[in-house]
Design a protein around this ligand. Structure first.
Ligand code: CAO
Length: 415
């Protein structure tokens, strides 16, 4: 079976996390992704957080599947010529260098357009145009600048960053969508275009509900589904909401059996209004289903803490999986707090290809997260990340270089 992006060639100048997640997705959809790296060192993550000496780190291998690697010195005049040939033969150039680095290499938008007017140039930057546009940015900076940190954590504690890499992988996702959209527009216009995904913007897009709440707060001074209501105070900005649900159905994280020893023996419990009577039955508080103090969603809002404490008395008598089994029978929305160990061992995630075991010639077998997006006509086969420069000769031969020319380039240090 073919792949959705068969025939699309990507010149991949990405490094670290945000850019590589984007090009990895495109590779999984069938694009030929040619990763350009510095000779000798390559993507800095190859050696970061290493768990096996001299083997590419999991940081690198888990973000660079299904790609080819070429090493080119982009500051060497002959290396630049190789890149010019590559630019002419590719559809998309993806980069997440610090602001200005691509221009300093001599590959401005204008120059790239001269070489290939169909080229789409896609960039991740920390910030869009404005006071911070020249800043280098990493994941947590984006989480802080995009509104995630100020709205995450508990009211009596400092801002907290999320384990989910919404700044890096989140922005990579945004960029991937921008790229396929630009490819689609190119089928009509014949022209390439610039695609920019700023990490601050990507995080803010994922924090959309918090900007919603900022405006609700300014209008009403209070948000009744927040844990600050009714006893706490609201300030001028959206406060940290602990584990409250971000939507209209109140939820909280509750202890389950074994919580004293197991840091993840918890369940997320949502008191969804349509199943309120069933919740009352399950926890043995049948009277709450008809008591006007508890029977309606609005009557419950000032009593959420008391209600969750009562539900927790029930969840503490069950393991999180026992509680799930019971609650699911009644269509009560809930979710176990799964540890990474439990996720790694989950057989259903293995079956769907969301968790995949990959073999690597240097590091051996390891687990990775496969393609989370499943296309029925474009199945994903996850293949290992490339060794540094593994495909330099192969790719140069494809764009017309003879073995002798490749030898000369190598002796000049261009590749
Ligand atoms: N050959 C020769 N030189 C190369 C090269 C190659 N193949 N590939 C890259 N380089 C050079 C670049 O030209 C640049 O040189 P100059 O600074 O002289 O122009 C240099 O390597 C370093 O690039 P960089 O500035 O992007 O890298 P850094 O380690 O200093 O910064 C980062 C890293 C991530 C902070 C920065 O790239 C950035 O802000 N990127 C945009 C935002 C982003 O994606 N952040 C997410 C990172 S994941 O947490």
């Amino acid at each position: 079976m073919g792949k959705a992006l068969d025939g699309v060639r990507i010149l991949d100048f990405t490094h670290v996390q945000s850019g590589p997640t984007c090009t990895q997705l495109l590779a999984w959809f069938g694009a030929d992704v040619i990763k350009v790296e510095k000779a000798g060192t390559g993507d800095i993550t190859r050696e970061q957080l290493r768990d096996i000496p001299d083997a590419d780190s999991l940081y690198f291998t888990m973000l660079n599947h299904n790609k080819r690697s070429v090493t080119i010195d982009t500051k060497n005049p002959e290396g630049k010529k190789v890149l010019e040939t590559l630019i002419k033969s590719c559809d998309v150039l993806v980069e997440n260098f610090a602001p200005g680095a691509l221009d300093r290499m001599g590959f401005s938008w204008e120059r790239i357009q001269e070489l290939n007017p169909r080229m789409i140039v896609a960039s991740v930057k920390g910030f869009g145009p404005g006071p911070y546009e020249d800043c280098k940015v990493y994941e947590n900076v984006a989480q802080c600048a995009g509104g995630a940190a100020s709205t995450t954590g508990f009211d009596d504690g400092p801002p907290v960053v999320s384990g989910a890499q919404i700044g890096d992988s989140g922005t990579g996702l945004h960029l991937a969508l921008g790229i396929v959209t630009a490819l689609y527009q190119r089928t009509m216009t014949g022209r390439g275009q610039k695609v920019l995904a700023a990490m601050q913007d990507g995080v803010l897009n994922l924090c959309r509900v918090k900007l919603r709440d900022q405006q609700r707060l300014e209008r009403t001074g209070v948000m009744k589904e927040y844990p600050q209501y009714p006893n706490g105070t609201f300030g001028e900005a959206v406060p940290r909401a602990g584990n409250a649900s971000g939507g209209g159905q109140p939820g909280w994280i509750l202890k389950c059996k074994g919580w004293e020893a197991d840091p993840n023996a918890y369940i997320y419990f949502i008191t969804q209004a349509p199943v309120w009577a069933k919740i009352c039955n399950v926890i043995g508080k049948e009277e709450w289903a008809t008591d006007p103090e508890y029977a309606t969603a609005s009557a419950r809002l000032p009593r959420l803490q008391e209600i969750f404490a009562e539900i927790e008395r029930w969840t503490m008598t069950k393991t999180k999986f026992e509680a799930m089994d019971i609650l699911n029978k009644y269509d009560i929305p809930c979710g176990p707090i799964l540890s990474m160990k439990e996720i790694a061992e989950d057989q259903s995630l293995r079956k769907t290809g969301t968790i995949v075991e990959v073999d690597h010639p240097v590091r051996g077998k390891y687990l990775t997260v496969g393609n989370p997006i499943k296309l029925s006509d474009s199945p994903t086969d996850v293949t290992r990340s490339p060794l540094l420069g593994e495909h330099t000769d192969e790719v140069l031969a494809e764009i017309g270089y003879s073995p002798e020319q490749i030898d000369v380039l190598r002796s000049e240090g261009a590749i």
